[in-house]
Design a protein around this ligand. Structure first.
Ligand code: FES
Length: 106
């Protein structure tokens, strides 16, 4: 069964954190594109959504990365994949409609 949650749109550079049952979800507006993922680092459980988001460059793939605030492991904020291991953060699909953001829970 799937569920959609809706939040109000917010400006680039800002973040929102919402709790759905026992899961906290981080929502980031990076340069006008929204990303949603579990606010949890698979290394030791840090609040990954509070990390620094880097803009893509020529040295890596073309998607932004977020660095964990605890030990700086980096994850692709679109796929949730770690940049150097098989670990992955769960991500959620997002659809924006006007002033609303719809997050598809899996
Ligand atoms: S808890 Fe995230 S890198 Fe260690």
């Amino acid at each position: 069964m799937s569920e959609t949650i809706t939040v109000e749109a917010f400006p680039p550079g800002e973040r929102r954190f919402i709790r759905v049952e026992n899961t906290e979800i981080a929502i980031i507006n990076h340069d006008g594109t929204y990303h949603a993922f579990k606010n949890w680092c698979p290394h030791m459980g840090a609040p990954l959504g509070k990390g620094y988001v880097s803009t893509p460059n020529d040295m890596e793939s073309d998607t932004p990365k977020i660095a964990c605030p605890f030990h700086s492991w980096r994850f692709d904020i679109e796929s949730g994949k770690s940049t150097f291991s098989d670990l992955k953060v769960p991500t959620f699909d997002i659809v924006r409609e006007g002033t609303e953001i719809h997050i598809q829970l899996k």
